[in-house]
Design a binder for this molecule. Structure first.
Ligand code: HEM
Length: 165
């Protein structure tokens, strides 16, 4: 039987490891905080801002985008001032839209002759409209605008259904 020899323990003094210099620097935390308070629609510039965002989204939408781009081939530079006048008349009760002498029901009736506007299209239109309005504004005028949009969408839905073959 062999006797085990006790070996001396290795040097137990902890080794001094060098920490990389950057470990000793205070951490740099760099962020930007943007706080935006939503307000109600205050005037025409707010309506124009909302319309630009609405058409940007509606024209890129999977369900209704093609109606603007391919069917109506909408000229946005021409359309935006008209739709702005329409909403200004509704929200601020100015008579400005009347100068165009147009009737939105008829405009959508003509569009419906080219491409059948279905209830699902109007629902999608309204969903985008509400989303954009809620992203930008809060308050009474903004609620009024959404409820008017809903009422007009309902009228348009039944109108185009009534004139469709
Ligand atoms: C299926 C959903 C809808 C589609 C695809 C659609 C599409 C269009 C298009 C392409 C035009 C431009 C027509 C042109 O100038 O040749 C237009 C005009 C307009 N749309 Fe819509 N629309 C929809 C729903 C609505 C709803 C619910 C409203 C409610 C407020 C609305 C309000 C208007 C107004 C006021 C105009 C301007 C009419 C004018 O030129 O005087 N639309 N729409």
């Amino acid at each position: 039987m062999s006797r085990r020899t006790l070996r001396p323990l290795p040097n137990s003094k902890p080794q001094q490891r060098r920490r990389p210099a950057e470990y000793n620097r205070p951490p740099i935390i760099n962020f930007t905080l943007t706080v935006q308070f939503k307000q109600d629609i205050a005037g025409r510039p707010d309506i124009d801002r909302m319309m630009r965002r609405f058409y940007e989204r509606a024209m890129a939408d999977d369900v209704i985008g093609y109606i603007f781009t391919d069917v109506a081939k909408l000229d946005l530079d021409r359309h935006l001032p008209i739709i702005g006048d329409f909403w200004e008349t509704i929200v601020f009760q100015t008579p400005i839209y009347a100068r165009h002498g147009r009737n939105p029901l008829q405009v959508h009736g003509e569009l419906n002759d080219k491409e059948r506007l279905l209830p699902a299209h109007f629902e999608r239109w309204l969903k985008i409209f509400h989303e954009v309005a809620d992203e930008l504004f809060t308050g009474e005028r903004h609620e009024f605008m959404k409820s008017r949009a809903g009422a007009i969408a309902a009228r348009m839905t039944s109108y185009v259904a009534s004139v469709s073959p």
